[in-house]
Design a protein. Structure first.
Length: 219
């Protein structure tokens, strides 16, 4: 008989001990987190996501700081509410093109088209920062963080392909203006790294974070 999630003892302990909250409205992150079979709430962060990119030495630092800020926002909004201590999961995903420019969600159709033309026949890197904050009864929450990177190789995109893809509306809410798990699969020649990281949530890295938190006695 099929199960609805991956029921591992320490995951069940997490669910029993904490009020688990996903600080993201992303349907893709919800879908992936559902595979663990965890009962959780969705309370999106209200953090403005306006950090100054020029203040970061690396894109990985920027995406991780954004994830931490989003998680912190939700943690402090909910802290103290009953009946269980909080366990907040936050994430942020960006795309960095071959010139090292950070690409987030496009601001317009023209912006999406320009971004996609820049990805044509080149390798871009998808970074996802993940942050977990757990209320362990101390003055400060226990914080765990990680960053995952995946290289994505695009084939050539001519103007007709770019215009047709933008017209679907799919790029408008996607970092880098594309969704590999959907129509952009026709443009991608290959990836190096975690496929689910490109989708928006690095499942294996997050699972390893949970295992480490269990080993530390947090869950």
């Amino acid at each position: 008989m099929e199960t609805t999630g991956l029921r591992i003892p320490f995951i069940e302990t997490l669910e029993q001990r904490f009020r688990v909250v996903l600080a993201s409205a992303s349907p893709r992150r919800r879908e992936l987190l559902d595979r663990l079979g965890i009962t959780y709430e969705v309370i999106p962060s209200t953090f403005a996501e306006d950090l100054d990119k020029t203040q970061y030495a690396a894109a990985s630092d920027y995406v991780l700081d954004t994830a931490v800020q989003k998680t912190t926002d939700v943690f402090h909004r909910l802290k103290g509410e009953l009946p269980k201590p909080l366990f907040v999961i936050g994430a942020d995903t960006i795309v960095v093109n071959s010139c090292g420019v950070i690409l987030e969600k496009p601001t317009s159709r023209d912006d999406a088209a320009t971004t996609l033309r820049g990805l044509s026949s080149a390798v871009n890197t998808v970074y996802t920062g993940v942050c977990v904050m757990a209320d362990t009864g101390c003055a400060q929450p226990h914080v765990a963080t990680a960053v995952e990177a995946t290289d994505v190789e695009f084939g050539e995109l001519d103007d007709a392909m770019v215009d047709a893809y933008v017209a679907t509306g799919e790029p408008h809410d996607k970092a880098g203006s594309y969704a590999y798990q959907s129509l952009a699969c026709f443009f991608v020649h290959g990836i190096r790294g975690d496929y689910y990281n490109v989708v928006g949530f690095p499942c294996a890295r997050f699972f390893q974070m949970l295992r480490e938190l269990h080993a530390e006695g947090v869950i």
